[in-house]
Structure formats: C-alpha cells, structure tokens
Ligand binder design. Structure first.
Ligand code: BYC
Length: 334
C-alpha cells in the first residue's frame, strides 16, 4: 500500500534524486503516451508526482462534494413545497454519490479512504472555497444550482477527458447529474422571478449578489498565480486553464441572467466586441485566499460538521468491522 502525503503542491516538487536509466526510460515512455493522447490506467506505471497530483485533486474534489452537501442540506426541512423538497433531497444524495465515485477513483492510486478523510479532518486537504459561505434564504438554493453547479459543470466537463482514466470515467457520471442540478436551480429561480412576489424577487437578487463573486473564485487562482496548472495541463490532468474556464462561465451566464431578469453585481461587466467575450471586474483574491486558508464565514462550521459526522459514525464502522471479522472466522472454520 502506498502512503504518500496528502498535500502536494509546489512545496512537493518532483524529487531531485538522481534517476536510474530504467526510471528515465519509464518516464520517457509515460510522457510519450501522454503526448499521444493515451489514457493512463491504475495498473500502469506513472511518475510519482503525477500520482500525487491526482490524489490531491481527486480527493479534494471528493471532499468538496461531501462538504457541499451541508449548505443545501440546511434547507431540506424548510423547502417550500413537497416537489422542491424531493428535488433537493435527490440532489444532495447525488452529491454524496459523487463523493463516493471520486474517493473510489482516488483509491485506485493507492491512497486509502481513511488517509484522505484524515487529511480533510486535520485541515491538511482542501475543499472548494464556495462551501464556506452561508445559505441564508431559500433563494440561495436556486442560486447554488444555477451558479455553483453551473461553474462546476464548466470545470468538470473537460475532466471527462482527464488523462487518468478512472477519474475521467467517474466524471462522466458526475457531469450527467450536475446538469440536472444546474437546471433545477435555474428553473426554481425562473418560477420565483416570473410568479413571485416583489419580496421573493428581491430575495433572488440578494442571493445572486452574494454568490456571484464566490462562484467565479471556484475556478481557482488566476493562471499566472496557479502553481499547479502548467504541469497539470502538460499531463492532460486539466485540459483547460482556470482563467479560460472562468471566462467561459461568465460568457455563458450573462445571457441566462438577462432571461431571469436579475443583474450581476459587477459594474465592469460588459461585452467586449473586439475580443468576442465579456470583460469583468477584478476578483478579490485576498478574500479567496482567506477562505481557502480556513477563515471564511463558515469554515469552522463546515469542518466541525464533517468531524462530528465521522466521530458519530464510529460505532457503524466498528460494527461493520466486527461483522466482517466474524464472517472471515466462520469461513476459515468451514
Ligand atoms: N477552493 O494551482 P491551482 C461541486 C487551491 S464540488 C479551494 O490552480 P489546481 C458541488 C488548489 O487546490 C466542485 N482551494 O490548483 C458539490 C491549490 O492548493 P494545493 C469541486 C482551491 O489543482 C456539491 C491552490 O489553490 N470541483 O461541484 O491546478 C454541491 C492553487 O491552485 C480553489 C473540483 O474540485 C478553490 N476554489 O486547480 C454543489 C474540480 N481553487 O492543492 C456543487 C476538480 C484552487 O496545491 N479540481 N484551490 O494545496 C480542479 O479542477 C482543480 O483542482 C482546481 C484548482 C481548478 C479547483
């Protein structure tokens, strides 16, 4: 079993130790496969840094799905109708499923689920900044579907072509479900904006104002400040850069906002005919890093809820283990 550290980043740059001729050959063969557009399977040889980068990204993605259940889960008991409650329940359950596909994909790289969860609970592993903001009103649930799942799809569709095949396969299933998530959010906002009271419309606008900038931050730091992007693009782990995806998201979302009848809270947002895309205002990167580094409005609550769920579930894990041991003893005796 591999026991690599969870946090890999620029500080864990590829090992500087002198490589043997065989290692060099393996590396060249691997790079040639990547250049040829081959997909890498779990049993294939891969550089240690490729493996670590994938464990980092996939496990953080899995953590985001599981932590992402919390802000929306907060509204299940208060959904306004049975229909909305059933949709929200299904969506939140889907997120749990996404987490499970992704933990399984990361496990194929030799890191155990316990190691990944330990890294989350100890604060060593990251999860998406977006889930550290509170869900204050019912309109937040529609806006999360529209903007947060919309940003997630934009980021995740290219991951269906990730060079690591088990991750790519997991992402195909995830993306199918995410597109339902985005549509249900948008549809619920359309109903509020077309049939709602002035107060309900104002509630939607307020939620858009609060979620717009954090949604743009989901794509990660600007390319020039993204330490992992260059190598990840080189290896076909990421197919599109953070800034390119952010731009595509803005361009896709502006016309949707117009149809909804909401404004986006950015006075600098405007169509640039020369570039054929929208210009938009400066992102508050100080806020982004504050939230990523644990000091957002809901970081403590989110992590606290995950740690509590892990501790409260100890008896289930113990019971399952005791049952498995008993079965194994029975089988040995037979
Ligand atoms: N939040 O060099 P960079 C969902 C970190 S869940 C926090 O650009 P990379 C949903 C980054 O990890 C959607 N941290 O990194 C669920 C790195 O730190 P480390 C989640 C962030 O990996 C429930 C450092 O900043 N989606 O859709 O090349 C309900 C430098 O960044 C963030 C995924 O996880 C952030 N926003 O690119 C509803 C997609 N951004 O690790 C919806 C998979 C950056 O070096 N992940 N950091 O310590 C990715 O595509 C890439 O990992 C990222 C970052 C684009 C996020």
């Amino acid at each position: 079993m591999y026991t690599q550290a969870m946090s890999v980043g620029p500080q864990d740059a590829p090992s500087k130790k002198i490589k043997t001729a065989e290692e060099l050959q393996q590396e060249q063969a691997f790079e040639a496969r990547i250049d040829a557009g081959d997909f890498i399977e779990a049993k294939d040889w891969m550089p240690e840094h490729y493996r670590k980068t994938l464990v980092r990204q996939i496990s953080q993605h899995a953590h985001s799905e599981i932590v992402g259940m919390l802000p929306e889960g907060n509204w299940i008991t208060r959904a306004p109708t049975l229909k909305r409650k059933a949709i929200l329940l299904a969506k939140v359950q889907d997120e749990a499923g996404h987490g499970l596909y992704l933990y399984s994909a990361a496990e194929t790289l030799g890191t155990s689920r316990d190691q990944m969860l330990d890294a989350l609970h100890s604060g060593k592993a990251k999860y998406s900044s977006i889930f550290n903001y509170p869900t204050l009103t019912w309109a937040d649930i529609g806006v999360i579907g529209w903007l947060v799942d919309g940003a997630a799809i934009m980021n995740q569709v290219p991951l269906c072509r990730c060079s690591y095949a088990p991750y790519a396969r997991a992402m195909i299933r995830v993306c199918r479900e995410e597109s339902f998530h985005q549509r249900q959010g948008y549809e619920s906002l359309l109903v509020m904006m077309r049939e709602g009271t002035p107060e309900q419309k104002a509630m939607v606008q307020d939620a858009v104002n609060r979620w717009w900038w954090p949604s743009l931050m989901m794509f990660g730091p600007a390319d020039k400040d993204s330490p992992n992007s260059e190598q990840s693009i080189r290896w076909g782990i990421k197919r599109v850069t953070n800034d390119q995806l952010r731009q595509k998201f803005v361009d896709a979302t502006v016309p949707q906002a117009e149809i909804l009848g909401v404004s986006l809270p950015d006075p600098d947002l405007k169509w640039n005919a020369e570039r054929g895309e929208h210009d938009f205002g400066a992102i508050d990167w100080a806020e982004f890093w504050r939230v990523v580094n644990g000091d957002g409005p809901m970081n403590r609550e989110r992590l606290g809820a995950r740690v509590k769920a892990w501790e409260d579930g100890a008896w289930v894990r113990e019971a399952a283990l005791a049952h498995a041991r008993k079965q194994a003893t029975k089988e040995q005796a037979a």
